[in-house]
Design a protein around this ligand. Structure first.
Ligand SMILES: Nc1ncnc2c1ncn2[C@@H]1O[C@H](COP(=O)(O)OP(=O)(O)OP(=O)(O)O)[C@@H](O)[C@H]1O
Ligand SMILES: [Mg+2]
Length: 166
């Protein structure tokens, strides 16, 4: 874990660029919410590479398991000392009996369909591990036939920076 201060907005754009081709193949729109974000970005304190790995997996999942010509929305919402980061798709959703198990290693709901879309079933197990190493929790909310949201929080930098006066 290498905790550092960085802008989560820039990171999300970077990942959108990385997954642009894959999204285009399914006709999926990648969107950021709110559409107009603070010019200075949104600062968080976390291990940037590891959080990148989490977001790549969540957005990759949202594209793979979302619907064709659907959309994937990454929302960044500041509340108090933290920023809530969520990734939402409008795919088939995850039935309640599977929701608790998708974080297990190698757990894949529809083996044949999942095999088609590649992957090993490790992404969410690794993501959970990384988010928990940040003393946070990853949660799933899903409605069959409507879609799925995965979300977690990261800390904002402490205010009270030393400021030099003119
Ligand atoms: N957004 C989603 N909508 C519907 N099902 C999902 C979604 N995200 C994950 N799942 C289900 O949870 C399983 C586990 O996800 P996970 O990211 O761990 O593995 P994977 O994507 O199949 O493989 P890998 O991430 O290792 O490439 C998936 O195989 C899929 O069945
Ligand atoms: Mg995955």
């Amino acid at each position: 874990m290498r905790r550092q201060r960085f802008d989560i907005v820039t990171l999300v754009w970077e990942i959108f660029e990385l997954l642009e081709q894959q999204a285009a193949q399914r006709g999926t729109a990648l969107q950021l919410f709110p559409p107009v974000l603070p010019e200075a970005g949104i600062q968080v304190v976390a291990d940037r590479n590891r959080i990148r790995q989490v977001l790549v997996n969540l957005i990759d999942n949202a594209i793979k398991y979302g619907r064709d010509h659907g959309r994937v929305v990454v929302a960044l919402v500041e509340s108090g000392r933290s920023v809530r980061i969520s990734v939402r798709d409008d795919g088939a959703g995850i039935a309640p009996e599977h929701q608790g198990r998708i974080f297990e290693r190698f757990y894949r709901i529809d083996k044949s369909r999942s095999r088609e879309s590649g992957g090993s079933g490790l992404g969410l197990a690794i993501s959970k591990h990384i988010v928990e190493a940040h003393k946070s929790t990853i949660r799933v909310k899903s409605t069959v036939g409507e879609g799925t949201t995965l979300e977690f929080k990261l800390s904002k930098p402490k205010s009270g920076r030393v400021e030099t006066k003119g």
